[in-house]
Write a protein that binds this ligand. Structure first.
Ligand SMILES: Nc1ncnc2c1ncn2[C@@H]1O[C@H](COP(=O)(O)OP(=O)(O)OP(=O)(O)O)[C@@H](O)[C@H]1O
Length: 226
């Protein structure tokens, strides 16, 4: 049974003089614990699909079912609660808060998810995820002192420290060189395998696709045939 089902999804962007149908009836099932990669030409609708699936923007038509509940029928407060507690996000740039240490970035995320964990539990989870991304030694560092790859590993740790069900990643390796990109992809695979986190990612980099369990090719707002 899929963790996320997308059925007949459409998105139209309208402005005063123009209407553009960017998603033209997307049907997609995301399997729990897998890495699904959305790929395809620039402008094919990958980021639009990812952000709608993640509840970051609304669709024009269609349904999205997450763990048996229709995200598309929820009010904004309900969607926000799912996003904060069950989803994690990583983008092309790490978007770390410049005046917080690595550990404080993670604590902020746990506060946002309103976790009822004890101080000891919080510390254990922070240690465990920073060990996994090989950044425990940098827990007291500020983002400005970290390398690009280091920042992105912290961003991934922050995205999953609250133990979300799904991680949405929009071009997570696009600002990294090839070696660092592969490290990030290995990390995403470890998260999916060891922590059973389902990953939906957008990528246009061919070499990252070997880490995906399922590759979804998009073309002009529809899912193309492989
Ligand atoms: N907020 C918006 N308002 C109007 N048009 C938009 C908006 N967001 C995206 N679009 C348009 O929708 C189309 C699809 O954009 P989207 O970013 O989803 O594509 P993409 O496949 O992720 O492309 P890329 O690989 O370049 O990021 C593009 O033509 C884009 O200009």
């Amino acid at each position: 049974m899929p963790i996320l089902s997308i059925d007949g999804l459409e998105k139209i962007f309208s402005s005063a003089n123009r209407k553009e149908k960017v998603l033209k009836g997307i049907n997609l099932e995301i399997t729990k614990g897998e890495i699904t990669a959305l790929t395809g030409a620039s402008g094919s609708g990958k980021s639009t699909l990812l952000t709608i699936a993640a509840g970051l923007q609304k669709s024009t038509a269609g349904t999205i079912i997450f763990q048996n509940e229709a995200l598309t029928d929820m009010n904004p407060r309900q969607v926000r609660a799912i996003r904060a507690k069950k989803f994690g996000f990583v983008f092309q740039h790490a978007h770390l808060v410049p005046f917080l240490t690595v550990q404080e970035q993670l604590e902020l995320m746990m506060d946002t998810a309103e976790l009822k964990w004890s101080k000891d539990r919080r510390n254990e989870e922070i240690k465990s995820i920073l060990d996994l991304v090989d950044m425990w030694g940098h827990r007291d560092s500020y983002p400005g002192t970290l390398s690009g790859g280091g920042k992105q590993r912290v961003a991934i740790a922050r995205a999953v420290v609250h133990k979300p069900e799904m991680l949405f990643a929009d071009e997570p390796t696009a600002s990294l060189d090839s070696k660092r990109s592969m490290e990030v992809m290995k990390l995403l695979r470890t998260l999916s395998r060891e922590r059973n986190i389902t990953v939906l990612m957008v990528t246009h980099e061919e070499e990252t696709l070997e880490y995906a369990d399922t590759i979804v090719q998009m073309k002009d707002g529809v899912i193309g045939k492989e």
